[in-house]
Design a protein around this ligand. Structure first.
Ligand code: ASP
Ligand code: CP
Length: 525
């Protein structure tokens, strides 16, 4: 069998790495696969069945379900499966993730990596960096599958959750109303729901958690942007009292291992707000089902054990679905299935919009730019630097411009009044007569909003206005503020910081961990 389906070599670092139609296709394939296996078939047309294909299960955080369902999925596929954990591999000798994976790629013509790590965004990074490296080195492009990265996402859990909801709703994807309960702040499975629930055409989601465990704003906003109706409650009691409870409840445990001290101290009290009690039973809508990504904390479960043998228990069947959805995902990413996909894929990457605009250079304007006390007769003048910002920030930006552009020439700079009485910075460089496109973009990144004037013969010959750049990368002094991000300098993974401007907000999102930053936050102090 040739394996060249349209998903071959793709990676899944976040749910959004598959389009909605591609996610629906996964559910269709998983459903077919499950039906065939349950009926005693051997599902041969879904198998990779290639002894040259290696699946590496790299688990640097503990796992039972994700690791074992992937291991069994690899056995189903009849491929090589290797297990890695933090304690017994050379990660314990400070080996970087990139070095370790690069070496493993060399052991088989084709590989897929299933990675659980506290480093947020690690699969996106490995796919971007090692994917092209593998191809240049004569290997098939490997797939990287995120098996849970810190507080960020758990996309394959999301796929099995959505599959389970669809199964419950008899494959009707027109509408879902569900409640997410528990630790919505530190739990990654609920964060993946902000994109995963888009498998349904209409979504109402009730967030039930005390403020300390509330869903982070960025995910609530994302849900709303995705068209979900979002309602917020501080406890199960408050939720049931609203009389509007959903019939699908998705519980999570408190993620004690990721809480700061101050929240951890309050954990017993916070847990009470999201733990189900016997007296709540009669207030549930008919046919309610409880889901949970598992594990439950056996000492203090949010779904107590008295519910295990009741019709509310949907979580056991849910976890079994992990096997089918992961086996189907492997079939897609290895190219075994995919040719019958007929929906919409991911949108093409947007072209970087122009943020360097040439402005009319009025011949009537007499520049008053000076070098020391002398007017600039030819050269470059960068004006309106950090216009309106506090003075300290303006000096900071002037310093950055000089460093980033290497302006170690005869020049002058200063902070001046703008016409409106605020402050701005000006740098004039009389010896520099040309400025390349690359420098213009770098200047735009360090001093968005500035203007660049090319002065010839006492006149402004050309003038450029620099807006906010769509991407900022390739600077030594930018860094993601999320200390769990794979690119955070503290991890020494040597991952380049890279930011993408979020449309409509003016903020910048880390390309790896998706943390949102204000413009000034991305620059190291
Ligand atoms: N097993 C899931 C995860 O790794 C949920 C949990 O641990 O609570 O994210
Ligand atoms: N649901 C889940 O990811 O379980 P494990 O942590 O046991 O893999």
């Amino acid at each position: 069998m040739t394996r060249n389906g349209r998903f071959k070599g793709r990676s899944v670092g976040v749910v959004g790495d598959l389009s909605i139609d591609e996610q629906r296709y996964l559910y269709r394939k998983a459903r077919e696969l499950k039906a065939e296996l349950m009926a005693g078939g051997d599902a041969v047309r879904y198998r990779i069945a290639d002894s040259d294909y290696s699946a590496y299960l790299v688990f640097l955080e503990n796992s039972t379900r994700t690791r074992e369902s992937f291991r069994n999925a690899a056995l189903f596929h009849r491929v090589r499966a290797s297990m890695f954990d933090a304690a017994s591999s050379s990660f314990a000798k400070n080996e970087s993730m990139t070095d370790a994976i690069k070496m493993l790629i060399g052991y088989a013509p084709e590989s897929c990596f299933v990675i659980r790590s506290k480093l947020e965004g690690v699969c996106g990074w490995l796919s971007d960096y090692l994917g092209p490296w593998a191809e240049r080195s004569g290997y098939a492009r490997p797939s990287f599958i995120n098996a849970g990265d810190g507080k960020h996402e758990h996309p394959t859990q999301e796929f099995l959750d959505e599959f389970s909801f669809l199964e419950q709703l008899r494959w009707d994807d027109s509408r879902i109303h569900l409640a997410l309960l528990g630790d919505l702040r530190h739990g990654r499975t609920v964060h993946s729901k902000a994109d995963g629930l888009r498998a349904f055409r209409s979504v109402v989601v009730d967030l039930v958690a005390p403020p300390e465990l509330a869903m982070p704003d960025a995910y609530v906003e994302k849900m709303r942007r995705n068209g979900f109706e979002v309602r917020v409650y501080a406890s199960i009691d408050e939720y049931l009292a609203s009389g509007e409870a959903a019939a699908i409840w998705y519980f999570t445990r408190l993620q004690l291992e990721r809480m700061g001290e101050s929240v951890l101290e309050k954990a017993p009290m916070l847990r009470k707000a999201v733990t189900f009690r016997k007296d709540m039973m009669e207030k549930l809508p008919d046919g309610t089902r409880f889901y949970h990504p598992l594990p439950r904390d056996r000492l203090a479960p949010t779904i107590p054990a008295f519910l295990d043998d009741t019709p509310l228990n949907a979580w056991d069947a849910q976890s079994a679905n992990g096997y089918y959805t992961r086996a189907a995902l492997m079939a897609m990413l290895s190219g075994v299935v995919g040719d019958d996909f007929d929906g919409e894929g991911l949108p093409a990457a947007a072209e970087d919009e122009a943020f360097v605009l040439e402005a009319p250079a009025s011949t009537r304007t007499k520049p008053e730019y000076k070098i020391g006390i002398k007017p600039v007769d030819s050269g470059l003048v960068i004006d309106h630097i950090a216009s309106g910002a506090p003075i300290e920030e303006i000096w900071n930006r002037i310093d950055k411009i000089r460093r980033v552009l290497g302006l170690n020439l005869r020049s002058s700079h200063g902070v001046y009044h703008t016409n409106s009485g605020a402050f701005k910075g000006i740098v004039s460089v009389p010896d520099l007569l040309s400025f390349g496109e690359k420098e213009l973009k770098r200047l735009g990144a360090v001093a968005p909003g500035c203007t660049l004037n090319l002065i010839e013969d006492h006149r402004v010959a050309r003038k450029y206005r620099l807006g906010m750049p769509p991407r900022i990368y390739n600077f030594d002094d930018i860094a993601c503020r999320n200390d769990n991000c794979v690119s955070h300098p503290s991890h020494q993974e040597h991952v380049e910081a890279s930011f993408v401007r979020k449309s409509g907000t003016g903020t910048f999102v880390c390309r790896w961990c998706e943390r949102e930053h204000d413009y000034s936050e991305i620059w190291s102090l």
